[in-house]
Ligand binder design. Structure first.
Ligand code: COI
Length: 354
């Protein structure tokens, strides 16, 4: 399918070189849009000026949340090339999400070409300061004007772009995380492993509570026993305990993060023992108490590698290291961002030139 391009006649000024690019606040000049109708399939892929969209107030997405999204990033290399990091993984996960919530599949080649063409169109917006990138947000919404509960027959697939700095204002300084013991995010068999808005709205009340207590994010426990560590709202979580890198195994309720997968592959390639398994909060508290909890970090597209310096569970406070980033977290940050920026050769297929 050919992607039609309609350029804006009214381009916005680019952010100033010293703009902090607060995550998710600035949008580029164009967006990709494509429609779907049952019986017709996806049609009319186009790049058009970034603008508000008009939807019927009864559009199904507003009522039952049939929507999916993804997040990935594009980077400008020192020699001026544009790279995306593992877009095939995001496309695969997008179609897994689509399957789970009854949204039609998107052809992976068209998905990739749509992102590339949009990034090429708005390439002047790719920021170049260290720690910045162009965040790519593809999403699909159900648009049937209908109040009954069923999968929609019409959808919009949209991609928007946002030049971003760090997700957390702390940057690479360790964040404080609250281990939630009241609410849960997801249960096995639910939609926890799908990237859909419902998982994020489920996290808001806890996030507000955590913010009020001075914490950046919430770490979720499993929805049944409230005993096993799952993930943080905007990232997966890793621990280094007694020399071994440990992360919760994918169990159906955890988001299968692309950066998570990359951290595991890199740690293994460095000869570090890596375990994907269940980790109970009691094991974590015990490791913090006996000094074997050496490092904690989160991984995510937006968060990249975020060191965690402080965890709280009920009335127990775990201080990890004496502040500062740990050596494995630092090496992962340097390697992941080095690969993303084309400065370090990564495993085959991890970067895709736009
Ligand atoms: C991402 O890391 O790309 C995400 O989608 C997480 C989101 C909460 C910013």
């Amino acid at each position: 399918m050919n992607i039609r391009i309609e350029k804006t006649t009214n381009p916005k000024p680019l952010p100033a070189a010293d703009d902090p690019l607060v995550f998710g606040t600035i949008f580029t000049d164009h967006m990709f849009v494509m429609n779907y109708e049952t019986g017709k399939g996806w049609f009319d892929p186009r790049i058009v000026p970034y603008a508000p969209i008009t939807l019927d107030p009864s559009a199904m997405v507003f009522h039952y949340g049939q929507e999916m999204f993804e997040g990935l990033k594009a980077y400008k290399t020192d020699d001026g090339r544009i790279l995306m990091f593992r877009p095939d993984k995001n496309i695969e996960r997008a179609n897994n999400t689509n399957k789970r919530i009854c949204i039609p599949q998107v052809d992976p080649d068209l998905f990739l070409e749509a992102m590339k063409e949009l990034v090429r169109t708005d390439q002047a917006w790719i920021p170049e300061k260290p720690g910045t990138s162009l965040y790519i947000r593809p999403f699909i919404i159900a648009t049937d004007p209908f109040l009954g509960v069923r999968p929609s027959d019409t959808y919009l697939f949209i991609i928007i772009l946002s030049p971003v700095g760090p997700y957390y204002p702390e940057g690479l300084d360790p964040v404080k995380i609250w281990i939630e013991d009241e609410y849960v995010r997801a249960v096995k068999g639910g939609i926890g492993e799908a990237k859909t808005g419902g998982n994020y709205v489920a996290s808001l009340a806890s996030q507000v509570k955590a913010h009020e207590e001075g914490y950046s994010q919430v770490l979720w426990l499993d929805g049944i026993e409230r005993k096993y560590i799952e993930e943080v709202g905007a990232m997966n979580i890793f621990f280094k305990i007694n020399g071994t890198v440990v992360t919760p195994m994918l169990n159906g309720s955890i988001l299968p993060g692309v950066t998570r997968n990359s951290c595991i592959a890199l740690c293994k390639s460095w000869g570090l023992p890596v375990e994907e398994r269940r980790i109970s909060v009691d094991e974590l508290v015990a490791a913090a108490e006996d000094g074997s909890l050496e490092e904690v970090w989160g991984s995510g597209t937006a968060a990249v590698i975020s060191p965690v310096g402080h965890l709280r569970y009920e009335d127990k406070v775990m201080q990890i290291r004496d502040g500062g980033i740990g050596p494995v977290s630092q090496k992962l940050y340097d390697t992941v961002t080095g690969i993303q920026l084309g400065r370090i050769p990564g495993p085959e297929g991890w970067v895709v030139e736009v």
